[in-house]
Design a protein around this ligand. Structure first.
Ligand code: SF4
Length: 301
């Protein structure tokens, strides 16, 4: 049995759409109906007329698809694919911060739980975080859970941005440290350096460009350079190299691998579609509040 053919057949039979994040395994990326970052995938989820949504990504992404499509069946290809950064912010900690800063607006990175999103004024992704912060009618912003994204936004805003929690981070991007980047630069001195805003502050400061994964896709395509050093989860290298065969793409740190993103195999995609397993559920009261923060982001970006 050819898994790729079977996946294709089941998608047609069930009128299903397969949304795949840029950090998934190469073979999973290659069977996608839409491949993108959190913002692009959230948009697709809000627009789709498919009867069944299958998400190859991590928990919070599939939750967003469900929140935007409460009456549709949403499946996640691996139940164990949970983002550790999203788990770093608890509802209790967010409520405490809100109590300490009652006049602040709350902006949460989409990499957060649905119950935290239900307490936010607006969500954001790395593609629109600065724009959303600057659009808020408050001089003080509670922002979580990524401290490195706080650094990125703070460099682009006069508002006071308070990280919640203080030390939230993505373990994958946080290990792309400056010494590793310097080694990559030494090996490829002519390469243009593009890093993700989840990378540490000094790595951001050393880069030529800071961009979300969709921004990286655009920059590599449009910039005249022939060599690029990319500071993000290494799954994106497959897409960049496939779309730009004439260019050379190097990872800033080849061990920047998200174990949760790699949990999904091609067989998981097939079995999820076939058995309609791993249905995503979000309690109605949480969903109805969280959808406001997600829709506000989609309107503002
Ligand atoms: S790459 Fe980082 S933010 Fe993305 S799912 Fe993995 S741990 Fe979470």
């Amino acid at each position: 049995m050819d898994l790729v053919d079977e996946i294709d057949r089941l998608k047609k039979e069930k009128n299903a759409v397969l949304l795949v994040h840029n950090y998934q395994r190469a073979e999973v990326q290659d069977v996608q109906d839409f491949l993108g970052d959190s913002l692009g995938l959230a948009r697709k989820a809000s627009e789709t007329d498919a009867d069944l949504i299958v998400f190859a990504g991590v928990d919070f992404m599939a939750e967003i698809a469900k929140i935007l499509n409460p009456n549709k069946k949403v499946l996640i290809t691996s139940k164990e694919a949970c983002c550790p950064m999203a788990a770093m912010l608890s509802k209790e900690e967010l409520l405490k911060a809100k109590e300490q800063h009652p006049s602040a607006k709350v902006i949460l990175y989409v990499n957060s739980s649905a119950e935290c999103k239900a307490l936010a004024d607006c969500c954001c992704t790395s593609a629109n975080a600065d724009k959303i912060v600057n659009a808020m009618d408050s001089d003080t912003i509670l922002f979580g859970p990524d401290k490195n994204l706080v650094h990125y936004v703070q460099e682009r805003s006069d508002k006071k941005i308070i990280p919640v929690p203080e030390n939230g981070h993505c373990y994958v991007h946080n290990i792309i440290e400056l010494p590793a980047l310097e080694v990559a630069i030494e090996r490829h001195p002519k390469a243009t350096i593009i890093v993700h805003p989840e990378c540490p502050a000094d790595v951001q400061d050393r880069a030529d460009y800071i961009a979300s994964t969709s921004g990286m896709v655009k920059l590599v395509k449009e910039l005249p350079g022939k060599e690029f050093i990319i500071g993000t989860e290494v799954g994106l290298i497959h897409r960049l190299q496939k779309e730009n065969p004439e260019k050379k793409i190097f990872p800033a740190f080849e061990n920047a691998i998200c174990r949760q993103m790699k949990k999904t195999t091609l067989e998981d995609v097939y079995l999820t579609l076939k058995e309609e397993r791993n249905e995503v559920q979000v309690p109605k009261d949480i969903s109805e509040k969280a959808v406001k923060a997600i829709n506000r982001m989609l309107e503002l970006s």
